[in-house]
Every structure is written in C-alpha cells, then in structure tokens.
Write a protein that binds this ligand. Structure first.
Ligand code: HEM
Ligand SMILES: *[C@@H]1O[C@H](CO)[C@@H](O)[C@H](O)[C@H]1NC(C)=O
Ligand SMILES: *[C@@H]1O[C@H](CO)[C@@H](O)[C@H](O)[C@H]1NC(C)=O
Ligand SMILES: *[C@@H]1O[C@H](CO)[C@@H](O)[C@H](O)[C@H]1NC(C)=O
Ligand SMILES: *[C@@H]1O[C@H](CO)[C@@H](O)[C@H](O)[C@H]1NC(C)=O
Ligand SMILES: *[C@@H]1O[C@H](CO)[C@@H](O)[C@H](O)[C@H]1NC(C)=O
Ligand SMILES: CC(=O)N[C@H]1CO[C@H](CO)[C@@H](O)[C@@H]1O
Length: 324
C-alpha cells in the first residue's frame, strides 16, 4: 500500500519536472520575472536588421561559438582581462555584432535588472535573426546562467575547423552531445552570411601543398571563387550561399549537392550515408523539412553544457564577469 502510494507520488513528481528538460531549461523561463523579455529582444533585433542586415550571419554564428566552448554560457562575449579570452582566438577573427548583444542587454537591464542572462540573449537573438531572414521560428528554451571563464586556449582546442572531414565533424558533434542529423541540419545555417576568403582559399590554390585545387569542389565554382579571392586575401568576404545569402532557405543543400559547399566541412556532408541522404532530400525541394528541422536542432544545440539553477551568475554587462 505504502509502496504504491510512493510510486504514484514519484510518477507525479516526474510529470511535474518534465515540463523543464533535464538540464533545467524551459520555454518561458522569464514569464514571471521579466514577461516582456522576448518582445524586447525582438524589437532590438528587428531594428538592427533593418539598418544592418549583414549582422544576421555573425549573430547566428555567435550562439554556436558560445556553445562550442564550455557550453552555452556566454563565455564568447567576455573581453580578455589578465589572460586572453575566447574572443581573441584566431578563428574568431570574423565574429562581430558584440555591440548588438550589448544593446539588447542594456534594454533588458532597464526593464528587469539582473534577471536575464547573456547566454539566453544569444539563444534568443539567434532565433530572431533567423526569422528576420525569413527562416521559420521556434520556441527558445531559457534559464541559462552565465559562466565566469573564457580561455583562448580552450577556444582553439574546441572550435571545429572548416577543413574538417566527415569523421572529424561527426566526432566533434558527438562530443557536444549532438547527433549526425543535428550536424547536417545545423550546417544549413551556412545558407546565410559571408566568409573571409582565407577560410577556403587553400581549396582554390594549394590544396595539398603542390599548387593544386580541391578535387571535390566543382571546377566551375572554383573558377568563379578565384575571381573573387586571390591566394593571400584575408579581408574580402564571399557570400556563402551566392544569390540568397540573406535569405534563410534550403539553397545551402542545393549548393552542397552540386559540390558547391564553400568549406571542406560543407562538402564532407556528401561522404556519409545519412548526411548525404539528408542533403539530397532537401536539395530536391519537394517536401523539404529543413526550416522545421533547424529549430529542433537549435534547441538541441542550446542545451550544450548549460549552467542552470544556482550555478554561474547573471552578468550585469555581457563583456565582463560580475565583481565578486
Ligand atoms: C559544422 C561545422 C562548422 C564549421 C566547420 C563552420 C565553419 C565556418 C566558417 C569557417 C565560417 C566563415 C568565417 C569567416 O571566415 O568569416 C562560418 C560562417 C558561418 N557559420 Fe559556420 N561552421 C560550422 C557550423 C555552423 C553552425 C552549427 C552554425 C549555426 C547554427 C553556423 C553558422 C554560421 C554562419 C551564420 C556563418 C556566417 C557568418 C557571417 O556572416 O559572418 N556554422 N562557419
Ligand atoms: C520582428 O519581425 C518579425 C518578422 O520579421 C515579426 O514577426 C515580429 O512581430 C517583429 N517583432 C517586433 C517586436 O518588432
Ligand atoms: C569589451 O571590449 C569592447 C570592444 O573592445 C568594448 O567596446 C567594451 O566596452 C569592453 N567591455 C568592457 C566591460 O570593458
Ligand atoms: C586555459 O585552458 C588551458 C587548457 O585547458 C589551461 O592549460 C590554462 O591553464 C587555462 N588558462 C587559464 C588562465 O585558466
Ligand atoms: C579525417 O582526418 C583525420 C585526421 O587528419 C584522418 O586521420 C582521417 O583518416 C580522415 N578521415 C577521412 C574519412 O578522410
Ligand atoms: C603551397 O604550400 C606549400 C606547402 O605548404 C608551400 O611550400 C608552397 O609555397 C605553397 N605554394 C603556393 C603557391 O602558395
Ligand atoms: C572581435 C574580436 O575580438 N576579434 C579578435 C579575433 O582575434 C584576432 C586575432 O587574435 C583579434 O585581433 C581580434 O580583435
């Protein structure tokens, strides 16, 4: 008798706690403490996108880079102090838009001081820039807290280089707790934004060190990219999805299927049965599921290594840990 009561009680508790995921994130975490949080973030982002649409790519990428190193806890936003922070790692060369995150934070501190974490701001902003570029919306889980450490060495170790092959990509994503499907879906973020020539010129000019090109890249596309990017160019930006780099659409997969993925990591999605099948399916454009899939995988990504409950802190300024 007592046992069965205990059992029903346990089932009840399980049910209650299930509304939050296992790490303590949930949709609407700030409903009571800061009910207008999502509207405020959206307003700042919509205003930003109307003036500086090219920031959509960097702001989406920033959430990914945050989650890659130490989990989604805002460490990518911290400035260097006595030691160098993630921000100053070479692969971060292209991260921009930090000022926009600061603008969002300022607006939120005015409304409800000390409540909303910088890590959550990154997750909300990633969704809002996707929607601003005509992608599909998703419900963002919140409740992340901010970390107090940002370390350049860790960033260099954890970032996944664009020269990665499929084995490296799969193991990199597995280490993050993400699936092969998440890998192929999240890579679709490369449907918006730009890349520095230096992230791919080796494929055009000196692939194996003997002045050759990457045989897996479409030769016509190589010719076109060479017009844009000279061998030592470190400043020119190339559209990642030429023609619609400001629209969150399925063209990334059409490009990859035609061997026009810009990075080796994009082309590598044709080297695995599961990722190749997904690319093929999206590229046909019939019954494409990418826009819905993207939100699902972004939620998965947003759960990586989060700090919740009483761990970490709510930063007052996103580029700096609180004084203790
Ligand atoms: C699969 C492994 C990935 C690799 C190797 C990779 C690599 C890169 C590289 C090298 C760039 C160009 C940086 C530059 O030179 O300016 C880039 C840009 C970008 N990446 Fe990724 N990425 C990956 C996954 C992701 C994911 C998961 C997301 C987001 C969900 C993402 C979003 C973006 C966006 C939006 C840009 C454009 C940034 C801009 O417009 O400035 N990437 N990525
Ligand atoms: C922001 O823009 C999106 C569409 O681009 C729109 O659905 C949303 O209502 C806007 N939100 C605010 C607060 O302006
Ligand atoms: C962090 O660095 C940025 C860019 O250099 C600067 O604008 C910002 O004020 C810095 N933040 C703090 C808290 O010093
Ligand atoms: C940064 O991380 C590296 C590698 O884990 C570690 O050796 C180093 O001590 C860390 N630096 C600081 C200042 O914590
Ligand atoms: C991927 O790269 C690693 C490291 O360079 C190498 O050991 C491995 O054989 C490569 N795998 C494939 C499938 O090319
Ligand atoms: C190609 O790479 C090799 C090996 O890294 C280097 O010795 C050579 O100078 C490079 N060639 C060109 C044209 O950059
Ligand atoms: C935005 C940003 O902090 N970029 C840094 C990336 O890394 C380079 C090289 O270390 C720095 O010079 C940039 O300031």
């Amino acid at each position: 008798m007592a046992n069965s009561k205990l059992f029903s009680c346990l089932i009840f508790l399980l049910f209650v706690f299930n509304t939050a995921n296992s790490q303590g994130l949930k949709v609407g975490f700030y409903d009571k403490a800061c009910p207008r949080v999502e509207a405020i973030v959206q307003k700042v982002i919509n205003d930003t996108m109307s003036k500086a649409p090219s920031l959509a790519g960097p702001l989406l990428r920033m959430h990914f880079h945050d989650c890659l190193v130490r989990g989604c806890e805002g460490s990518v936003l911290l400035n260097s102090s006595t030691h160098k922070a993630e921000k100053d790692a070479v692969p971060n060369l292209s991260l921009r838009g930090f000022q926009i995150i600061d603008n969002v934070k300022t607006a939120l501190e005015k409304e409800c001081p000390g409540i909303v974490s910088c890590a959550d701001i990154l997750a909300l902003v990633a969704r809002d820039v996707t929607v601003a570029d005509k992608g599909q919306s998703w419900q963002v889980e919140t409740g992340r807290r901010d970390g107090r450490v940002s370390n350049i060495t860790e960033a260099l170790l954890d970032l996944i280089p664009p020269t990665s092959n499929i084995t490296q990509l799969k193991s990199g994503f597995q280490r993050l707790g993400l699936s092969v499907k998440d890998l192929v879906v999240l890579s679709g973020a490369h449907t918006i934004g730009t890349s520095h020539c230096s992230s791919f010129t080796d494929r055009l000019y000196n692939f194996t060190g003997v002045g050759d090109t990457d045989p897996t890249l479409d030769p016509e596309y190589i010719a076109r990219l060479k017009l844009k990017c000279k061998p030592d160019d470190t400043t020119t930006l190339a559209e990642m999805d030429p023609g619609s780099f400001r629209t969150f659409d399925v063209h990334y997969y059409t490009n990859v299927a035609k061997r026009r993925g810009l990075f080796q990591s994009d082309g590598a999605l044709l080297d695995d049965g599961e990722t190749k099948a997904y690319v093929g399916l999206q590229a046909t454009n019939h019954g494409s599921t990418f826009l819905e899939d993207f939100g699902v995988s972004m939620v998965n990504m947003g759960r990586i290594g989060v700090l919740t409950g009483t761990t970490g802190e709510i930063r007052k300024v996103c580029s700096k840990v609180n004084e203790s």
